[in-house]
Write a protein that binds this ligand. Structure first.
Ligand code: GRF
Length: 195
């Protein structure tokens, strides 16, 4: 299976996914694609010998479909079987998502369906929750929605700040996403529940 990974920043989830795709794994990375030429993940991907591409979203201003028409080009070139959004910070239209329906995954730093959208760690602390975590889900037209393929639960500590909680959740993202991708690539849809 060929896997394309979309990033917007440091790409730590991309690195975890790429490094998990060893010889015995049913999938191989075929492209790392970013909407930001400054994304630190691009060098990490290149250092691992993975083809990279950049489609900057800014020249398109609010014209989402024009941006997505460009974004599709390197994806059509790479012919992925699976597309993983990993720290990709652009909302995708229903039309774009429909082209990858059933084979596009995303990781979100909350225990979905709680805390869709941004600033999830601060919101969980603010709400006085005792636990938080991350979810991998199939991407559908609705934001941070779609069937849950895996979750990792993380306790919130009394002295946690959004930053300390985010760091602890991120470490679990790096464990969860590779395990979900392996099962997904093998056609196994049973959810991964960690720890
Ligand atoms: C992190 O906030 C992570 O929780 C979310 O995307 C952001 C950047 O991740 N999934 P990455 O280091 O670029 O993978």
């Amino acid at each position: 299976k060929r896997v394309a990974i979309l990033i917007s920043g440091g790409g730590s989830n991309m690195v975890s996914l790429v490094d998990s795709m060893t010889k015995d794994h049913p999938a191989r990375p075929c492209l790392v694609l970013s909407n930001d030429a400054q994304a630190g993940g691009l060098k990490k991907a290149a250092d691992r010998g993975i083809p990279t591409a950049v489609v900057d979203h800014r020249p398109f201003k609010g014209d989402r479909s024009a941006f997505e028409a460009e974004l599709l080009k390197p994806l059509q070139e790479a012919q992925p079987d699976i597309v993983c959004l990993a720290g990709f910070m652009r909302v995708l239209t229903a039309d774009f998502v429909s082209r990858f329906q059933g084979r596009m995954l995303n990781i979100h730093p909350s225990l979905l369906p709680k805390y869709k959208g941004l600033n999830t760690h601060a919101r969980a602390i603010q709400a006085g929750d005792s636990e938080h975590g991350c979810s991998v889900h199939e991407v559908t037209a609705a934001l941070d929605d779609g069937p849950i393929l895996g979750q990792a639960r993380v306790p919130i500590q009394a002295d946690d700040t959004p930053e300390s909680l985010a760091a602890r959740v991120l470490a679990w993202e790096h464990k969860l996403y590779p395990e979900v991708l392996r099962r997904f690539a093998e056609g196994n849809r049973s959810p991964v529940l960690l720890p």
